[in-house]
Design a protein around this ligand. Sequence first.
Ligand code: MN
Length: 726
Amino acid sequence: MSQMIRQYDLIEKVKGYNEKADIALLNRAYVYSMKAHGNQRRASGQPYLVHPLEVASILADLKLDDASIAAGLLHDTIEDTLATYEEIKDLFGEEVANLVEGVTKLSKIEFTSKVVEHAENFRKLMLAMSKDIRILLIKLADRYHNMGTLHHISKPEKRKRIAQETMDIYVPLADRIGLYSIKTVLEDMSFRYLEPEEYAKIEKRMAFLTSQSNLVDKVIADLKKHMKEFGIECSISGRTKTVFSVYRKMVNKNLTFDQLTDTVAYRIVVKDKKDCYEVLGHIHDIYKAIPGRFKDYISNPKLNGYQSLHTSVIGPFGNRMEIQIRTEEMHEISESGVAAHWLYKQESSGSSTEGTQYKWVRRLMDMLQNTDDPEEFLENTKLALFKDSVFIFTPKGDLITLPNGATPLDFAYDVHSEVGNHCQTAKINGRVVPLRTRLNNGDQIEIITSKKQTPSPGWREFVVTAKARSAINKFFRMQEQDEKIALGREILEKAAKREKYPFKEKELARVIGEFNMNSLDETYVAIAQGSLFPRQVFSVLFPREVEQLEEINTLPMSAGESKHVPSPKGASPETAVGIYGLTPGMSIHIAKCCNPLPGENIVGIINTGRGITIHSESCKNLEALSDQPDRFLPVAWGDEGMEDSGKVFQARLRVILNHEPGALSSFTTEIFNKGGNIVDLHIESKSTDNYVLRCDVEVKGLGHFRDIMAGITKLKCVASAERVAS
Ligand code: MN
């Protein structure tokens, strides 16, 4: 470090840009800091007070206001001494106290070993926590001075860790708020500790190149001479590039060490923009331009607002050299970014008569506090606010970002949907909190899970992330799915029991393939939904038995078809379905329009050449046949057709179910409990209030059917149920 700065020097520096500076305040802050830090010393052995003084001086270089300078002097007192926020507030006012406290909070962010992995989030956290832009500026000045004295830290690992932090966190932050001069030095200092050998090699090479016969001075003299001839008013300087910027250029341009010839940037600063292009024209006249190296950042500013003309030429001594041409304003902005930008805005607006150049900070603060439009703020400062995010720590110290308003439950789901689904308790900073608690920046969160815990429907109301919401919805969907699987299994088991087909679940593997299902679960769901009938399953498992049975028992599925039904062994002579009044051997089928049940009054209709159709006496289709009485055949259910025959008949229901969780399940369960077998189930329409279902049930007869109807109409979830024709 250069000469140790004194309070007197600091005051002079502040007076230099701010005539109205509150010198008494700065002196009181100085004395307070001195007393508070007492005998503390830095790693260098110097009194601790040197550090806050240097930090305040860096802030003065940035032309900051009194409160910032005072806070710079006090910035380590809350953290490292007995001083408290209250005390500082009493002595120096709330503004200064808030700045000091803000810096203290930033210092407490623990950069874990994960810093590289989570660098972007750490940077965002820093910005989010810097409610006042000055807090960040003070923190950057603090880091700037600490990097300058890093060589006093004895442990190499610690030096490296601090350097890495600087490179990953502070350099990009300085860049983002436009403090380019600070950024450039910070990255170079970091690089020195991160890649010491690389740094030393490049530094040596650069020293060699610049030591050659005062090249820089000669080039500047030559440039000055020419500019004078052209009558251009300008200032010319040659600045040795930093080791890091040379290194970066070598890496980016894939240059070898020997190709490294260009380590000085010459800078011509002129009055206005048109001069920039004029100078460029002259330069290209005097020296030979290297093709492809001209860049017009004036017409095309860099994203961070940087403006300049860059060109590379073969210089007066055969050396390659880079020349940057810009106006004074562009130069200021390239050095101190946002600061200068505001400074110029303010001067050109003509409203400033006080010459208080730190006003840009005030403007920034006003915008931070008053603007309702974050876009406007971003537009003006290029400082991201991250108002929409909250940054929180995992128990392992990872830093993650969640949307503003996120709860511990959102965090749990962010980790894994299983963690979310089983989230029982949440702790924030070690304290148990309700799951709906909104998270704050810097909170550390721990989730305690329990196997027994499952999502509750209320969770959907307070989670804010799409991830959490969709996982919770998925859980409830799966739960419904589980119900359907259980239902399908039950349907199949009951049907098997009734029809006496013994089978083991693993045998169903064959069925899965046969019907193009992907899994057993899918098969059960298909059965529950009625898209696969138990009988179809049995026809795969027991092909022979089912075939026999079909010959005897199965009725045509549609009215157009009919099938000859031979007399079953041991059945009554009339028919297979046990209907009296028919000639043995007659082809019969049960009308699909009314699906008459045993116990109902029925009538047979003769279809010439196609046998007899059995209708319910109340079937509406019969009206159309009233002029053909010769086709009516009086029939009746025989004993075999009555309810204990073991035969089943289909009845169709139309049911309106209230739209509520579990409704479908309790409806179908009730049918099972009454011994019915659902063979088909369709949702005909669905609204937010209810579902309209069409359900075909196999029953033994009318009595059985009425029993089922009585059961389901009692259910709370059933709004109405009626038997319908097909
Ligand atoms: Mn400090």
